[in-house]
Design a protein around this ligand. Structure first.
Ligand code: SF4
Length: 257
């Protein structure tokens, strides 16, 4: 049986279908490693799942403890990929916004907890798999655990003016489909967490998005099987790490067709 299409491949397809092709050929298609400050912010945001208001610790103090722990642990997690001086500077940058982050988040904390983080999902039946940053379980506090599951993604880039980016909504839809398959429950909402902006945005997941995710899954499968997709007219080609190979493929293809 073929390996399931990963939800991250669906995101890559939305960026450019040809990136999926070159990735399937073993090329590195995503040059930007996350910055130390974004890595720290992500760890701190994930830690919210461990926050227990009953402990009496305020949210900002909890987040500062999480930041200290992440600063100590990141070199172990990423080994020599992080320069210690960069990490220290990054921790200071994250520390500066934590107070604001905590005060914006406090009133809406029940949007994110209780939750489970970095949840692996896979469905051979659907031919999809992925790891979602967080799955929020609303209703648990009312004794209704598992009735209302909401996939959530952490994004360290800037949010759009309103709502969430379409590619993020489709990615959340992919996680929702997988959650439904595992839990036999309906998942019709998703969250995007923008910690630098101190915002959590909720989005409704549409039927049309489900259809689109499944069609992209089929296309990614075909590409992984060797099909070279057309070059999009508006691809993000500037700085693309496979630009030379991609232009060569276009030339070769045009000779035959
Ligand atoms: S060069 Fe442009 S079209 Fe080719 S893979 Fe990169 S982004 Fe896509």
């Amino acid at each position: 049986m073929a390996e399931p299409v990963r939800i991250s491949e669906i995101s890559l397809y939305l960026r450019c279908p040809r990136l999926v092709y070159f990735q399937a050929m073993g090329r590195k298609v995503w040059p930007e490693a996350a910055s130390p400050s974004n890595l720290l912010m992500r760890e701190v945001t994930l830690s919210l799942s461990e926050f227990e208001p009953e402990w009496g610790l305020d949210l900002e103090a909890f987040l500062r403890e999480s930041l200290d722990r992440a600063r100590l642990e990141l070199p172990t997690i990423f080994r020599d990929e992080i320069n210690p001086a960069d990490l220290l500077a990054a921790a200071e940058a994250v520390g500066e916004v934590l107070g604001d982050f905590a005060s914006r988040l406090s009133p809406n904390l029940d949007h994110l907890i209780p939750s489970e983080v970095e949840v692996d999902l896979r469905s051979d039946r659907l031919g999809l798999s992925g790891r979602v940053d967080r799955v929020v379980s609303r209703g648990e506090r009312d004794g209704r655990r598992g009735e209302d599951l909401i996939p959530s993604m952490i994004k360290t880039d800037r949010p759009p003016e309103t709502g969430v980016w379409r590619s993020d909504r489709l990615r959340l839809t992919g996680y929702a489909i997988l959650l439904e398959d595992r839990m036999s429950t309906r998942v019709d909402r998703g969250l995007v967490e923008y910690p630098w902006a101190g915002e959590v945005r909720e989005v409704e997941l549409r039927s049309s998005d489900r259809r689109r995710v499944l069609r992209i899954r089929d296309r990614v499968r075909a590409i992984n099987g060797g099909k070279l997709p057309d070059r999009p007219r508006d691809g993000p080609c500037t700085g693309c790490p496979v630009l030379d190979s991609c232009e060569t493929r276009a030339t070769l293809a045009s000779k035959f067709f």
